[in-house]
Design a protein around this ligand. Sequence first.
Ligand code: IPM
Ligand code: MG
Length: 359
Amino acid sequence: MQAKKIVFLPGDGIGPEVTAQAEKIVQTLIQEGHDIETQTALIGGAAIDSCGTPLPQETLSLCKQADAILFGAVGGDKWDHLELAKRPEAGLLGLRKSLGLFANLRPAILYEQLADSSSLKLELVKNLDILIVRELTGGLYFGEPRGIQKDVNGEREGYNTYRYNETEIRRVARVAFELSMQRNKKLCSVDKANVLEVTRLWREIVDEVASEYPQVELSHMYVDNAAMQLVSRPKQFDVILTGNMFGDILSDIAAMLTGSIGMLPSASLNEHKQGLYEPVHGSAPDIAGQDKANPIATILSLSMALRTSLDLEQPANRLEAAVREVINQGHRTADIANEGLAIGTQKMGDYINAQLYAK
Ligand code: IPM
Ligand code: MG
């Protein structure tokens, strides 16, 4: 059997600090005898600074050959003046598109021990466990034509195009139905079918796919209502399926409900189960380089990678158990410490790593 390949893309801000903790854990797994090869490459602002582009060719080709990519974060003030195509975010978007990572899985889970950190009352979020499936390579983010141009009056106008074809809708819908089958068999598809043609088609295709999954209870909801329901009655949801732009917004809301955005992993998959795994939080430039960031979202992203793209179910389970154990022992980084004493990024990584050894 060929070694499994993981490419680390630390990126910017707190990205390098949090991915370093996941690297430690991979080293532990390698020492245990798992056949994993790792490489590290540049992305985002770090890549702009050293090679003038947010997604260097070398990074792209390494990623194409990888089974899993572990991504930190990109972006920061330093690169904010750049035009869209040259910004750090373009590196991430380019990677998603080039690898065809169309299905973005964003779980929002409330950790009981951290329930105090939620912005909602405990009874509304207790045992919250939602999975957002966001389409990631189409829709408003990638639709052509796009640009800023002069209109007939010589005034500038900006425009983007919201489009989805049937194939794009069908394949992400199938992923959402499959995942619903493994969970509570309840799927809510979110659209704006009362206004936008593209989402009328979305609804039609999702209904079509639903006929292949008669056990799944499917509902449809307009996005404005979904935003409201997420903050008023979040527990009505199990799996939410939506497009790229709506998913960007709703997944931030869902993450915040758990009060622990520093704990949430995500996966972006293509049809070969090759995946890019990243923490839901961003680059957090305000705390970068200070050993304050919570590495758990990245470590749990690694466990998703082990399970889904590397076929290492057992180490993934052990790693998740190790994270739970360390939380149970009361160790907290600043974001989840409330008033209590906080430990740093490296220490948290070390505790989890040591716990993994012990398992
Ligand atoms: C996300 C982020 C990205 C997005 C940015 C960094 C391009 O907000 O992953 O949700 O908009 O998709
Ligand atoms: Mg976002």
